[in-house]
Design a protein around this ligand. Structure first.
Ligand code: GN1
Ligand code: MG
Length: 368
């Protein structure tokens, strides 16, 4: 960690570092340096997973542009907000990242946003509201970026029918001889398959607008104030790219309305809770109702079902492929996650009429 950190424009002597293990993709460390004046400054060092991101330099170009755009906007409003947004530290060689030729991989260094924390699972309605508000504001902040400036870091990332087609390919190959362990899950998804193209079809028909979106809006990608739990900053910008607003909201429903983690094996604990959904939707619409179209608002509840099902498909495909994409701790980890997400999707499906009714009621309160 010290060897990597010293490649960046960090100030002081390396004190200690720890690995942060809550992501499934990148490798992340928090490191601490003591400055000459005796301050302890903390930074985030992160290795970009180049199996998942085929062109890490392109990811970095996207991230740099998003950060510049956001800092520009925020600093125009509040000069003192600098420590509350992500920053990249320059590296030896003049870029915002380094590559380590021996062990491979590309590393970058962010500021640690002090005075904040994250939750891996939602605990209460306040957190759900704040997560919705944070990602809604984030969509608003980046809404006027130039789409031509942003590359698709992972093509077809939320193209659900393509994710389903990839799963069919994994089933056909069955390289690990694991299909036999998940026939019920495969059958359930086969029944759901006709509904998987709903949003991409609406996008192709011009009903849903393409926007620049975050695309990975799980609850632990929002930093909340450690005293008040107020949203401070959204992190993990690697998948910011053209998408649908509903992909972001759908992924929020997946992680901010269920109090069980996606690793939970006891499926009786896995369900969507209406009060959490209501607060999430309220937070999101408080920030986003001004720019969303009625067609987008109409599909908010459905998007929760769709994105939860999509992640189930991705976990299941990775299980069949031999766990090459998501970090796992045991051989059936991705199968457990897929079952968990299917249980959650079922619960969302059961509650769709109530969720849609709530959104219809809520949206009326914004009309003047
Ligand atoms: C991955 O790395 P992490 O945990 O932020 C994944 C998301 C999934 C999520 C499931 C680039 O995000 O798409 O929703 O795991 N990120 C990528 O927990 O594939
Ligand atoms: Mg992520």
């Amino acid at each position: 960690m010290a060897r990597i950190g010293d490649q960046f424009a960090v100030n002081g002597d390396f004190l200690y570092g720890e690995e942060l293990r809550n992501g499934h993709i990148n490798t992340t460390y928090r490191v601490c340096y003591r400055t000459e004046e005796g301050h302890e400054d903390r930074y985030i060092l992160q290795r970009i997973n180049d199996y998942v991101f085929k062109d890490p330099a392109q990811v970095m170009r996207n991230v740099e542009k998003v950060i510049r755009h956001i800092s520009w906007k925020i600093l125009r409003r509040r000069r003192d907000a600098a420590g509350q947004t992500l920053q990249l530290y320059p590296a030896r060689g003049g870029r915002n990242y380094i590559t380590l030729p021996e062990e491979g991989g590309m590393w970058r260094c962010y500021n640690n946003i002090e005075g904040t924390h994250t939750y891996d699972v939602v605990e209460n309605t306040r957190q759900a509201y704040q997560a919705g508000y944070a990602f809604g504001s984030f969509q608003d902040l980046i809404s006027d970026m130039n789409p031509e400036d942003i590359n698709e870091s992972i093509p077809d990332f939320h193209n659900t029918p393509k994710r389903y087609a990839a799963l069919q390919e994994s089933i056909r190959k069955d390289v690990m001889d694991r299909v036999k362990n998940c026939t019920a899950e495969i059958e359930l998804l086969r029944q759901w398959a006709p509904r998987l193209s709903t949003l991409v079809d609406m996008q192709a028909a011009g009903v849903l607008p393409t926007r620049i979106t975050h695309n990975d809006t799980k609850i632990n990608n929002v930093m909340l104030d450690e005293d008040t739990d107020e949203a401070v900053c959204v992190i993990d910008l690697d998948t910011v790219m053209p998408g649908l607003s509903l992909y972001d909201f759908g992924d929020m429903v997946r992680t901010a309305t269920c109090m069980a983690s996606e690793d939970e094996e006891d499926l009786s604990k896995v369900h969507m809770q209406m009060p959490l959904f209501e607060s999430l939707a309220e937070g999101y619409l408080d920030a986003a109702h001004r720019f969303l179209l009625p067609a987008e608002i109409d599909r908010m509840a459905f998007a929760g079902w769709l994105i939860t099902t999509e992640i189930a498909i991705r976990f299941l495909a990775d299980y069949l492929d031999g766990d090459r994409y998501f970090r796992v701790c045991r051989s059936d980890h991705n199968l457990i996650r897929a079952r968990n997400q299917l249980a959650l999707a079922r619960s969302i499906e059961d509650n769709l009429p109530a969720m849609e009714k709530y959104i219809r009621r809520l949206v009326k309160t914004y009309k003047r």
